[in-house]
Design a protein around this ligand. Structure first.
Ligand SMILES: Cc1cc2nc3c(=O)[nH]c(=O)nc-3n(C[C@H](O)[C@H](O)[C@H](O)COP(=O)(O)OP(=O)(O)OC[C@H]3O[C@@H](n4cnc5c(N)ncnc54)[C@H](O)[C@@H]3O)c2cc1C
Length: 166
């Protein structure tokens, strides 16, 4: 078994997780942050929610102010809007990753995390890792039906930034 020691384990590279990881890393804590999808670095807001929805709404306003008539004209506006949205999201995702990756105290781990015991977690992408002295865990946007939910209910040291209730 691969053993790692760090001060804080954060599950979820979202708004809550990334902010805390950078803050604690800058204060000298050793932090590991686990994210289940490389397409979600930065979390829901920049990848699938706040930012892309506003970008598409703005593009729709811009398109309607030009009164496109034909199917081809509308299609061109739509394609351009999707392309611009992708460019924006990709840029922000990379910036978010770079910020944590360049923090010498923060370790970004790719994988779906779940708890094995109060001081151990496992990630789908790596050999189960043992963590023997972390003080705080953040489970970001976990769902009640997720494999982690029984764990966070019994461990008082778990903090949750967002819970999507069923
Ligand atoms: C359509 C929409 C529009 C929104 N617009 C706004 C807005 O304009 N302004 C605003 O302030 N807020 C907005 N929000 C809300 C905002 O997106 C959330 O408040 C914010 O994303 C919550 O941040 P978080 O860190 O708690 O979770 P998230 O950003 O959801 O991050 C959670 C991360 O954890 C990862 N994860 C989950 N489980 C695991 C696991 N077991 N192992 C590893 N990784 C895991 C996920 O992949 C995800 O990347 C909007 C939300 C939606 C849906």
């Amino acid at each position: 078994m691969q053993t790692q020691q760090f001060d804080t384990l954060i599950i979820g590279f979202g708004k809550g997780g990334k902010t805390l990881a950078n803050f604690l890393g800058n204060k000298g804590q050793k932090v590991s942050i686990v994210e289940q999808s490389k397409d979600m670095y930065g979390g829901t807001c920049i990848n699938i929610a706040c930012i892309p929805t506003k970008a598409l709404a703005l593009a729709a306003e811009h398109a309607s102010s030009h009164h496109p008539n034909t199917h081809e004209e509308k299609q061109a506006y739509y394609e351009s809007a999707i392309k611009e949205k992708q460019r924006l999201v990709t840029t922000l995702r990379q910036k978010n990753y770079d910020t944590l990756h360049n923090n010498p105290n923060v370790n970004v781990i790719d994988g779906l995390a779940s708890f094995a015991a109060p001081t151990r977690y496992r990630s789908s992408s790596v050999i189960p890792r043992k963590c023997s002295r972390f003080r705080l865990k953040i489970l970001s946007s976990i769902r009640a039906q997720s494999p982690m939910s029984p764990a966070y209910r019994v461990w008082k040291r778990v903090s949750v930034s967002t819970i999507a209730r069923p």
